[in-house]
Design a protein around this ligand. Structure first.
Ligand SMILES: Nc1ncnc2c1ncn2[C@@H]1O[C@H](COP(=O)(O)OP(=O)(O)OP(=O)(O)O)[C@@H](O)[C@H]1O
Ligand SMILES: [Mg+2]
Length: 225
């Protein structure tokens, strides 16, 4: 579903990623593991179209290398950046609905997707009316996940979602990801982490990223789906 051929990515004139040949199949859960500064965020941002890319990126058979970033969420790609970037004056629900408005989904489809988000993350329904500025950091991560799920019908990319989560919330977050897997067996997940143990037993496959280069991990992870 996602195919990177000899991809290089630069920020400005600085090359960050090199020689990426990565193929991710539909319904896979992939962990992308690397230290600080290895290029995890740049990898995800490159798929979103926010860097200067050489080589080619194909998504569900279509070449998206030169596609405008604004057109990508419409393909069914949801992205939760490292920093949550919630609009604090808007309510939790308004934050979740925002991508649907940007993507100009009609009311029926928006409602259908919002219901899906609340099925997977019922706690968001109880917080729906609260200003996003009033939720804790950990809860904010849940809101950011819900927001990514609004457009992520084919591919969901989460950038270090467990970073800074208290253990109880990390457990809850992992449960929500399992609920997503159970609710939708076709969606593809790419999750970055610096700590590989957090995704052990959940990701079907692990990619390692080091100094802008990606390699397949030889450690086989148990499939949970
Ligand atoms: N805006 C920028 N301008 C120049 N270099 C940058 C910029 N953003 C990131 N880099 C560099 O690109 C490299 C990869 O950064 P990136 O943020 O992708 O790593 P990361 O794996 O996500 O790290 P972290 O674990 O800290 O989030 C680093 O060497 C970083 O210094
Ligand atoms: Mg990062």
């Amino acid at each position: 579903m996602l195919e990177l051929n000899n991809v290089g990515a630069s920020i400005g004139i600085i090359p960050i990623l090199r020689n990426l040949d990565v193929t991710v199949g539909a319904a896979e859960t992939v962990a992308l593991i690397g230290r600080n500064g290895a290029g995890k965020t740049t990898f995800l941002r490159s798929i979103m179209g926010f860097t200067t890319v050489t080589g080619s990126i194909r998504f569900e058979g279509e070449d998206i290398t030169g596609l405008l970033p604004a057109k990508r969420p419409g393909l069914g790609i949801g992205y939760a950046p490292e920093d949550r970037r919630l609009f604090s004056a808007f309510t939790v629900e308004e934050n979740i609905l925002l991508p649907a408005q940007v993507a100009k989904l009609d009311a029926t489809e928006t409602k259908r997707r919002l219901d899906r988000v609340y099925d997977i993350l019922p706690e968001l329904k109880t917080m729906a009316g609260r200003p996003a500025g009033n939720v804790s950091g950990g809860q904010g991560k849940m809101v950011a996940l819900g927001r990514a799920l609004m457009l992520g019908t084919r591919l969901v990319m989460l950038d270090e979602p467990f970073q800074g989560l208290a253990p109880a919330l990390a457990l809850r977050y992992a449960e929500a990801l399992k609920a997503l897997r159970d609710a939708d067996r076709t969606v593809t997940l790419i999750i970055t982490e610096s700590n590989p143990s957090l995704l052990r037993g959940f990701a079907g496959r692990t990619l390692l990223i080091e100094r802008g280069e990606v390699s397949e991990s030889s450690l086989e992870h148990e499939r949970t789906h």
